[in-house]
Design a protein around this ligand. Structure first.
Ligand SMILES: Nc1ncnc2c1ncn2[C@@H]1O[C@H](COP(=O)(O)OP(=O)(O)OP(=O)(O)O)[C@@H](O)[C@H]1O
Ligand SMILES: [Mg+2]
Length: 282
């Protein structure tokens, strides 16, 4: 199958008084349709910079110094800014840790979702809009009534679900989730990740999940790429990474963790009863 996204020898530089910081230093990987790729590595290793480069959101004086980013075969870096923006807006969605705080406080959830769709040429009658909204909210485990609320009336987990709904509303082929749950408590974190996974499977979208939490990676990812100092030092099937880490740095990461079995038993303790106030569906 043709990969939905191919990153080839990507370089991203930020100039500093001491010379350029090579934030991304020759990264290559391919993402198959529907695949879940985890991207882990220490702070500053270049994970978010890869996400921003794919979105063409690197701000000057930073720049993409080389490489190719192929989206279903088209090199995004060869398109002009506007064409690339249109292309990736429709096909690649980004959900970040801060996304939920970027919801406009004076706009009801209904319009946060519909405005984005309308801005991309989706035209809906009143009835269609209502049905689509309900389906979209349902796909992220929220009740239809949530459409009438303002962001401040939602919990953090609910807001992040709205952000996932926004991300999937345009049927992207790729969802990049950059630490989407790190601002949430662990119980809500697990539910939101489950939501992301269900929505992703429903859409058949591929996901790049960026994070530090190997437990979350073990649960979510099919493959894991380990980054260090702007480079991918190892990329492999998640089971292989856990069972037989090849690179010394990956081993170091694994040594600091409980084993998968221990981890499973930790994770299976089950969530506590759901607060009645959360307007989420099972
Ligand atoms: N706007 C910028 N100007 C200068 N340097 C930058 C800029 N953005 C990122 N960098 C540098 O690029 C490198 C990679 O940063 P990046 O944010 O991609 O790391 P990360 O892996 O996402 O880290 P974290 O896990 O903390 O989110 C770091 O050395 C960082 O200092
Ligand atoms: Mg980051």
């Amino acid at each position: 199958m043709r990969p939905v996204l191919e990153v080839e020898d990507l370089h991203v530089h930020f100039p500093t008084s001491r010379g350029p910081v090579k934030a991304v230093d020759g990264v290559s990987f391919a993402l198959q349709p529907g695949e879940r790729l985890g991207l882990i590595g220490e702070s500053g290793s270049g994970k978010s910079t890869i996400a921003l480069a794919i979105m063409r959101l690197i701000k000057p004086p930073g720049s993409i110094a080389g490489g190719r980013i192929l989206l279903a075969g088209t090199d995004l870096l060869q398109l002009d800014e506007e064409a690339a923006r249109q292309r990736r807006l429709a096909e690649v969605a980004l959900v970040t840790q801060g996304a939920m705080n970027a919801l406009n406080p004076v706009i009801r959830i209904r319009h946060q979702l519909l405005d984005g769709m309308e801005a991309h040429g989706v035209q809906l009658s009143k009835r269609e809009a209502k049905e689509q909204l309900a389906a979209l909210l349902d796909s992220v485990g929220l009740r239809p009534e949530v459409a009438d609320l303002y962001p401040h009336q939602l919990s953090g987990g609910m807001k992040q679900r709205v952000c996932i709904a926004t991300a999937i509303s345009l049927n992207p082929k790729v969802i990049i989730a950059d630490e989407p749950t790190s601002a949430l408590d662990v119980v809500v974190q697990r539910r939101v990740m489950q939501t992301l996974r269900t929505a992703q499977e429903h859409l058949g979208a591929a996901v790049i999940l960026i994070g530090h939490d190997m437990g979350l990676m073990a649960q979510f990812a099919d493959r894991v790429a380990v980054m260090r100092a702007g480079q991918i030092v190892e990329i492999n099937d998640v089971r292989e990474i856990f069972a037989r880490p090849q690179h010394p740095y990956t081993r170091l990461l694994m040594d600091s963790l409980p084993s998968l079995d221990q981890r499973d038993s930790l994770l299976r303790s089950g969530p506590p009863a759901r607060p009645a106030a959360e307007m989420t569906t099972p």
